[in-house]
Design a protein around this ligand. Structure first.
Ligand SMILES: Nc1ncnc2c1ncn2[C@@H]1O[C@H](COP(=O)(O)OP(=O)(O)O)[C@@H](O)[C@H]1O
Ligand SMILES: [Mg+2]
Length: 125
């Protein structure tokens, strides 16, 4: 997915493609996110795995920065929209999410502040 150039920044700070080369968050969402969403909605555990060197766009694509919302928050938003729209009130839903990062061979829980400060590395088995 090309992200080096081929986009403009609109008034809200969203990167908008100019031409067909640039992969914006919408394209990443339609290529990858929708598949995650459909599997999750079907009740399956799903994993989105990004591998690449620092600065290659893993955090941008998965989570996003500012107005450029990535796959994980978008997926959560869509899931909860569907849950809200469910008419059968006898149904219950359970949603759980984990976000982990392996960096320099250390496993960190990204939803745990103390882990972010490097205080609590998880064990890799
Ligand atoms: N598709 C993209 N369009 C524009 N900028 C991007 C894109 N992907 C990444 N970037 C920018 O490149 C930089 C590095 O991306 P980042 O996701 O933080 O890398 P990583 O998590 O892989 O180390 C960030 O400033 C980010 O905003
Ligand atoms: Mg990152």
């Amino acid at each position: 997915m090309w992200s080096h150039d081929g986009y403009e920044t609109d008034a809200r700070g969203v990167f908008v493609p100019v031409g067909n080369n640039y992969c914006d968050q919408n394209k990443a969402w339609s290529l990858l996110g929708t598949r995650i969403l459909e599997k999750a909605w079907g009740g399956l555990n799903t994993t989105l795995f990004a591998y690449g060197q620092t600065g290659s766009g893993k955090s941008y694509t998965q989570f996003g920065y500012g107005a450029n919302i990535g796959i994980i928050p978008k997926c959560a938003e869509e899931l909860f929209k569907r849950i809200d729209a469910e008419e059968d009130k006898s149904l219950t839903f359970e949603v759980s999410v984990r976000m982990i990062e392996i960096y320099c061979e250390k496993l960190q829980d990204l939803l745990d502040d103390s882990s972010k400060k490097g205080q609590k590395d998880l064990r890799i088995r």
